[in-house]
Unconditional design. Sequence first.
Length: 387
Amino acid sequence: MQSKRGFGRRKAIAGAAAATAGITIWSQRLSAQSGEIAVGAMVPVTGPFNVSGQQYHFSLQMAQDEINAKGGVAGKKLKIVFEDVKDSNSVAVNAYLKVVRDLNPPFVFLSSYTTQNLATEPEVTKAQIPCVYAGGGDALHLKKNPWMFRIRPYDGLQALALAKHATEGLGKKKIGIIYVQNDFGQPGAISADKVVKAAGAQVVGMEAYAFTDNDMSAQLQKLKNAGADCLICISYGKDGALILKLLKEMNIDIPVVISSGVMVPAARNLIAPDELARVNGVMDAYLAAERGPEVAAYIKTFKDRFKIEPDPFGSCYYDAAWILKQTLDKVGPDRTKIRDELKAVKGFKGVTNAFSTDADGNMVHSLAVFSIKPGTRDPVFIRTIAS
């Protein structure tokens, strides 16, 4: 027969484990009793995806605190329960299932990476819980999942901007494309190829690499030998930084137009100024104090609290949290009503962008092009390109 002492010790251990995990099967009940509305957030806090994940994590913490300071949502406190999805699709799926099981939430913030969201998408369909996500892969909106809403530019738009800037902006005629071989990089490369050719320029080569590769010199040499006068690079932050370092080491001195993962502060800090000398790139938005008092206040508060510069990968989730507040205040925690309200968003002015939902669930329809100030890592705004 089990002793009371043994039972108590096991109960204490279980309680400690639950506290460490930050969530238990009773979370929904406890949240209801404490006057909270709990939602999930699938965040790549650790691992190589944390270049954007850290920003996402910090921005939602800040939004939660600010929203609760202004009365919460639907008369209750907003509680965001974070789950680390690392850099693994299976971890992302299991984290989503855990949140659905333990919280039964009215809403979820999904990962900032396409591959993880594609893996999770079938579970979103089963759960029928509205969610927002920041991964840009076109493969997601082509699924036309009515429960999923994208809060940053889709990759087709990014590819359009990269190709237009290489051809029209820089006037280059022989373009080489290097890209990460996955659901993010390959469709982007195909789209960029079409836009380059439509502009009357030539694609002299397309080279892929695996996300886990740590040497892309062979691919870069092939593009140089093919006569490329400009490179379009479709990458994440750390792999894109490596490509720029290799170009410098290999003395390949041609301009590079690079995707948004490399242009955010966390990634630029991995790159020496001389390795950025001929780099142009895109970001989701021009996040600068000169855009107005609300943007300036966001930047200052974020920097004061977290001691790093904010970027659009995080600020889009901050904006999404305020869209969620507006929605919950109007319709409460009813999943179907939340979904329908998100479908109807038009002209919501956030610190990152203006948000309007189209038929595919895309809420953002422009991005910004930048160069780098010589001798620095500082971006210089050039123009905005809209879909």
